[in-house]
Design a protein around this ligand. Structure first.
Ligand code: UDP
Ligand code: MG
Length: 318
């Protein structure tokens, strides 16, 4: 019965037992309306709750549901990547499980794709039901990132998007480990267009991005797309050495040509502490990059798959 899959919907799930069934229901309703062959690929990113069993059960009832289970938590961006690796559709849609991004926008994306666009990304005009802190940090982050990088990464845009098969294949060729998928897609180029939508509150459960993960995400984004922090570090170094040199001249002049003694350990201490701070920050910046080089150098696979469901009976496995 299975014709050629036109649409692959990739849904990363991590401890989403409260939303995953609703998510499936909404996606199914929308995709049935499209009336072309589709598959929904759930990627279980090492959930510790009932998400795994729930989705496995879905797989038994609906052959269009595919399921990739990771051996542990590898992170949201890696889960998306795995979904794309296994997707067979002509167009691949990435959407979060929590229904913050409404599945009802997908037909709009499909319409744009049919007009000939290769990447259709969802741009949020409004975010509801998220904390002020999250909205504020997100806003600052996207604008900061834009200044830091030379790649044209659209602001206020998450991973909710549709990409054409050729973009998906190109993406597979980018093997970096610390992945910022939406940035990589921008970097690839192709014809990109936005559809606008309002971001709703989570259907249930809570955010899986605590501050620590948000920070890692932000560092990954900046370091993958820019070496400006390194340049900033050298620039600060040059500026401060220049200033210190001028100050040294002043001190020497006072010592040699005037009778005024140079006084005060307070100033010495202040300058010392300040410079130590700058040096440590600079080392930290360099360390971030070296850590990432180290990660890449090990060349480990991005993720380990524990189990695959509903993939085996396909005629054209990749
Ligand atoms: N997620 C994941 N692995 C993680 C964290 C999150 O697969 O380590 C999934 C999560 O289940 C959800 C999506 O990524 O489908 C987005 O996460 P979340 O909604 O918690 O992020 P937020 O919308 O709060 O930024
Ligand atoms: Mg969310």
């Amino acid at each position: 019965m299975a014709g050629k899959v036109i649409y692959s919907i990739v849904v990363p799930v991590y401890n989403e037992e409260k939303v995953v069934l609703e998510s499936y229901k909404r996606l199914k309703a929308v995709m049935d309306g499209v009336q072309e062959e589709y598959e929904i690929i759930f990627v279980n990113d090492g959930s510790k709750d009932q998400t795994g069993p729930l989705v496995s059960e879905l797989c038994q009832k609906d052959r269009r549901v595919k399921f990739i289970e990771f051996s542990r938590n590898f992170g949201h961006q890696v889960a998306i990547t795995a979904g794309m690796d296994y997707a067979r559709g002509e167009a691949v849609v990435v959407i979060d499980a929590d229904l913050q991004d409404p599945p009802e926008v997908i037909p709009e994306m499909i319409a744009k794709w049919k007009e000939g666009y290769d990447v259709v990304y969802g741009r949020r005009i409004k975010r509801e039901g998220e904390t002020f802190f999250k909205k504020f940090t997100a806003k600052v982050f996207y604008r900061f990132l834009r200044r830091m990088t030379d790649v044209d990464i659209p602001v206020d845009t998450g991973d909710f998007r549709l990409i054409d098969r050729k973009v998906c294949d190109a993406l597979k060729g980018l093997g970096e480990r610390n992945r910022y998928v939406r940035g990589l897609i921008s970097w690839l180029g192709f014809n990109q267009v936005a559809v606008y939508y309002e971001r709703h509150p989570r259907f249930a459960g809570e955010t899986k991005y605590p501050l620590k993960k948000m920070l890692k995400f932000a560092f990954d984004a900046v370091t993958s797309f820019s070496n400006k922090p390194l340049k900033l570090a050298s620039f600060t170094g040059i500026l401060l050495s220049g200033l210190s040199f001028c100050y040294l001249l002043v001190v020497l002049y006072l010592r040699l040509f005037t009778s005024r003694t140079v006084q005060g350990w307070a100033s010495i201490l202040a300058v010392n502490l300040f410079f130590h701070g700058v040096i440590l920050v600079t080392l930290g910046v360099i360390g971030e990059y070296i850590g990432r080089i180290f990660d890449e150098a090990k060349g480990r696979p991005l993720y380990i798959v524990k189990a695959l469901h509903n993939f085996a009976d396909d005629d054209q496995q990749n």
